[in-house]
Write a protein that binds this ligand. Structure first.
Ligand SMILES: *[C@@H]1O[C@H](CO)[C@@H](O)[C@H](O)[C@H]1NC(C)=O
Ligand SMILES: *[C@@H]1O[C@H](CO)[C@@H](O)[C@H](O)[C@H]1NC(C)=O
Length: 165
């Protein structure tokens, strides 16, 4: 599929998303990287620095502070505030403090982290996601030129089993 077409198709999905009561991005959780294509297989998680890894021992834990039904501030337990720095997702950098995230989107029954209409993330490495033994990678808004897999950022509750699956 052409990148332009993909971007338009996914933007339409975001626009159509209902403003449901939040169910993900509450309490304590991990941020899971979910493949954008159907069935959305789990392709790893984000570290406390906000980087993409498939080494499960490096997954960070995160909390949110909701500011409306759909928007929140996001923090990593170990490093502090998370947000978008330019187009790159980062945690623990004071310059990005206060960048709110939002939910809604294309995975039925689940929220994804998004910034406005942007919710598709990618890394520059040709073979992203990284192998478990490889260093975590920076993750940024998809531009259409990345050769690795594209992902949505989903939530895995760590503090209860209301939504574990
Ligand atoms: C948003 O939250 C308020 C309460 O704070 C509630 O009355 C309203 O129905 C919610 N809106 C949606 C779309 O869920
Ligand atoms: C995963 O990370 C841990 C902690 O840094 C490290 O000890 C382990 O070797 C890593 N696993 C792989 C497969 O590299």
């Amino acid at each position: 599929m052409l990148p332009q077409t993909l971007l338009l198709a996914l933007s339409a999905l975001f626009t159509a998303a209902a403003a449901d009561t939040p169910q993900d991005f509450t309490g304590l959780g991990e941020i899971r990287t979910l493949y954008i294509w159907p069935d959305h297989p789990d392709l790893g998680c984000l570290t406390s620095a906000g980087q993409w890894t498939t080494n499960e021992t490096l997954c960070g834990s995160f909390t949110t502070q909701w500011t409306s039904n759909l928007t929140f501030y996001l923090s990593a337990t170990a490093t502090g505030s998370c947000g978008i720095d330019g187009a790159t997702f980062r945690c623990g950098d004071p310059d990005i403090f206060g960048t709110p995230g939002g939910t809604g989107g294309p995975i039925p029954g689940h929220d994804i982290l998004r910034y406005g209409q942007y919710g598709i993330m990618a890394a520059d490495a040709d073979d992203a996601p990284p192998a478990p033994q490889d260093p975590p990678l920076d993750i940024h808004f998809y531009t259409g030129s990345e050769k690795g897999k594209y992902v949505f950022l989903g939530w895995k509750h760590l503090d209860d089993d209301e939504d574990n699956q």
